[in-house]
Write a protein that binds this ligand. Structure first.
Ligand SMILES: Cc1cc2nc3c(=O)[nH]c(=O)nc-3n(C[C@H](O)[C@H](O)[C@H](O)COP(=O)(O)OP(=O)(O)OC[C@H]3O[C@@H](n4cnc5c(N)ncnc54)[C@H](O)[C@@H]3O)c2cc1C
Length: 63
């Protein structure tokens, strides 16, 4: 559903090590962005990291 909107790699959303997608302010986590580990604990960790980054993005936007 994100093809053509967010950069992808082999069917997975491409993220950097802080869960940033190719679009500023949009983050991805878990199996949508992880072709390697595919475990509950790694997905949850990625989700926590993405949430922290999203909060920081919104704080910066708010000035
Ligand atoms: C049979 C099986 C056994 C597994 N056993 C283990 C195990 O023993 N240990 C382990 O660590 N991992 C296991 N896993 C893997 C683990 O379940 C996944 O890695 C983990 O659930 C990924 O979490 P996620 O949040 O990325 O995705 P998901 O848990 O799949 O959550 C994605 C959510 O998004 C929802 N969704 C999808 N499309 C849309 C949409 N268009 N709009 C709104 N919502 C949408 C789905 O309904 C779902 O609730 C197993 C997986 C399977 C299939």
């Amino acid at each position: 559903m994100f093809a053509g909107q967010l950069e992808m790699e082999n069917g997975y959303l491409k993220v950097d090590d802080r869960m940033h997608t190719s679009l500023p302010g949009v983050y991805a986590a878990g199996e949508s962005a992880d072709s390697h580990f595919k475990q509950v604990i790694t997905s949850a960790g990625m989700g926590a990291a993405a949430a922290i980054e999203a909060t920081r993005f919104l704080e910066q936007e708010a000035g």
